[in-house]
Write a protein that binds this ligand. Sequence first.
Ligand code: ATP
Ligand code: MG
Length: 363
Amino acid sequence: MKKIILSGDRPTGRLHVGHYVGSLKRRVELQNSGTFDKIYIMIADAQALTDNASNPEKIRQNIIEVALDYLSIGLDPEKCTIFIQSQIPELCELSFYYMNLVTVSRLQRNPTVKTEIQMRNFETSIPVGFFTYPISQASDITAFKATTVPAGEDQEPMLEQTREIVRRFNATYGEVLVEPEILLPDNSACLRLPGTDGKAKMSKSLGNCIYLSDDAEEVRKRIMTMFTDPGHLRVEDPGKIEGNTVFTYLDAFCRPEHFAAYLPDYPNLDELKAHYRRGGLGDVKVKKFLNSVLQEELEPIRARRKEFEQDIPEIYRILKRGCEAAREVAASTLSDVRKAMRIDYFDDAELIAGQAESFKKKG
Ligand code: ATP
Ligand code: MG
């Protein structure tokens, strides 16, 4: 069986370091590994509209931002297909059929959607489109027969929902769809990177982000005001590592060679943590170290972005070509789906001939 990746992001803002460690970095590694037959990267504008219906301009303006972020982290349009969800109408048709295979109560049990509904104060007025977006995600994944979805932990319920739809579809209509697997980050700090405010998840909607395109000074400010251990008031006080955002970020980003380069007093992260726990290590010193580590990672991304920003029409041409290629694939899957569901009336010579025969017999 072919190995195919589908992954994507909502164009609700620029991409941040949570996306980077949760999914983007992995996509680039997989792209360059050459072990996948196809890689599809989707800008999920239709999904973003499900909770931004009254603000389409925000989505429209952010498509280019996400595309620029993709190119600057190293996604290469020669090796992967970058496309925009709304330009593939076949995805909507798939969703319409998949909706018949999912119950309302099943959708209500999705823990990620539950949290997102609370976050958006939607309790009494959930848009139907938002409520059903896990079904639309199943369409995105299955349309490309994706086997692998590199994503953060919040996507696990979506993948489970997709697999259920695939099993139900295949059992009812015949083997057409492929069950995908989620590919989570290996590093547990990256499963769900917290926000700079210490909140559970860095998220565009919560405004607690370090963006890939933030300049060096913005990144530094974000780090210097980052949530740490509120009980660690004086340098000599013992500090906590658990729930301390600065250390979570170090878990996510720091490599042994960073110590030799920026903090040679310590051989590794374990020693730094031990000193912090004992007391006598100030937040500022740890934050400055994190700043050096993050700046090293982000600097080349920023530099590449500046280059891509010089030719915006070319980025749109790349996206248009991606959409055309993606549409062909989605149309082919949709055609298989229609055939399996027996809603391909005009292509079915047997149906027409058989009915012609039986009506003739009736006289
Ligand atoms: P929004 O607030 O608009 O939902 P978001 O910041 O949650 O935006 P998405 O576009 O929903 O971002 O997520 C895109 C991808 O990035 C998904 O694979 C998701 O799992 C991953 N991701 C998002 N935030 C984080 C995070 N804080 N840590 C790890 N992965 C993340
Ligand atoms: Mg999200």
